[in-house]
Ligand binder design. Structure first.
Ligand code: SF4
Length: 385
């Protein structure tokens, strides 16, 4: 199959990147390196990833259980999930705005998780139950079909996600939307968030695993300015267990050698330049602005908003009066600790509601809704184990 323009054999992925013997060898080297770190006086290494699919890999393959835990003269390797779930970090005001639009009679179409995620007062799912036209689609393309089939309706596509999910809507928008079709852009950019996480006084991150999907689009070069400024050990990895283990080993070696690098351990998909055509499409449609991240707050130059020439499809311009203005929109539901989960300050089991009042069937916070949410992933795997 072709991934990011490169040919990758499925057979190779399964045999090479899920190979038990290869994995065992890397795990052995991880333990040896953790011992060397211990001898250098390092007792813990905290590695953050910022991708829900990486959390899925960690949990599905129980990778945390094979990492050094600080016993037998090894440094403890602590893997923490950062803000890698696009649904979780979509700002609450965008969700409330979509709810207001649906209550005003617009049809709101978006991905399944976005419909269920709680806002400050309500959710799109609640609007749907009350009779609003709220629908789940797989893409803007499906939303366009719905708009064409329903010309009397005003149809708005709520478009969330990181750099990975921005190119497809950009292409559709450039191709032209039906006259009854509008866009609510909630896209966010990963590199600006790395700076906030790096300088956060409570996090003390030692290294980053960088997201494979996002890096396919933006390329290694997109992280260079951040890396040059902070010299944080960084490795881009893929999503198979051997990918993940190689990424962890690479970071430990960088720390052991005191030689931080920006490494690409996913070269079968990620290139230095990234997907230049996708970047061009994004730049033609979107402009970079400051943006609010749920649970984190404003991050400068981290959002993609529609360019001014697309004002005629931008609901933030057309329906400006319906945008929630309340200063006190509660970001996170009462009792929920998603604000700390999103930045990797705590683990889901440190939230008193985890798998008690808050479950995948009865989610309280956004991190239990999104399939890439840290609480949701760990809940799914703790139930299935
Ligand atoms: Fe929020 Fe539920 Fe996660 Fe607790 S377990 S932080 S309530 S989503």
């Amino acid at each position: 199959m072709f991934v990011g323009g490169l040919f990758v054999s499925v057979e190779n992925i399964l045999t090479e990147y899920r190979n038990k013997e290869v994995a065992k060898k890397i795990i052995k080297r991880i333990h040896e390196t953790a011992h060397e770190l211990y001898q250098k006086g390092i007792d813990t290494v905290k590695i953050m990833h910022v991708c829900g699919t990486h959390e899925d890999t960690l949990s599905k393959w129980a990778i945390r259980t094979v990492l050094p835990n600080g016993e037998n003269q090894t440094a403890r390797i602590k893997m923490v999930a950062g803000p890698g779930c696009p649904v979780c970090i979509t700002p609450v005001e965008d969700i409330e705005f979509a709810v207001n639009l649906s209550n005003a009679g617009l049809s709101i179409l978006s991905y399944g998780d976005m419909i269920r995620v709680p806002g400050a007062r309500s959710s799109l799912f609640e609007s749907k139950i009350k009779g609003a036209d709220v629908r789940i689609v797989y893409s803007l393309h499906d939303a366009i079909k719905y708009a064409i089939e329903n010309p009397t309706k005003k149809v708005c596509f709520l478009s969330p996600g990181f750099e990975t999910t921005a190119p497809a809507p950009a292409v559709e928008i450039l191709n032209g939307l039906p006259k009854n079709m509008y866009i609510l852009s909630s896209h966010r950019l990963v590199p600006p968030a790395l700076e906030v996480l790096t300088t956060h006084p409570a996090l003390n991150i030692d290294a980053f695993i960088l997201p494979g999907h996002v890096s396919t689009i933006i390329g290694v070069k997109a992280y260079r300015a951040y890396f040059e400024k902070y010299k944080m050990p960084c490795t881009i990895t893929g999503f198979e267990p051997v990918d993940m283990l190689m990424g962890i080993l690479s970071l430990l070696e960088q720390i052991r050698d005191d030689k931080p690098k920006l490494e690409n351990r996913y070269p079968r998909v990620v290139t230095e330049e990234g997907n230049v055509i996708a970047q061009q499409k994004i730049n033609q449609v979107f402009k970079v602005t400051d943006g609010n991240w749920r649970g984190i707050g404003n991050i400068p130059q981290s959002a993609l908003e529609l360019r001014d020439e697309f004002d005629d499809i931008n609901v933030k311009v057309i329906y400006e009066d319906l945008f929630p203005q309340d200063e006190d929109l509660r970001e996170i539901p009462k009792g929920c600790r998603c604000d700390q989960i999103i930045i990797g300050a705590i683990e889901p089991n440190e939230c008193p509601l985890f798998l008690k009042q808050c479950t995948p069937e009865t989610p309280i916070g956004p991190c239990m809704v999104g399939l890439e949410g840290t609480c949701r992933i760990q809940a799914d795997f703790s139930v299935s184990m």
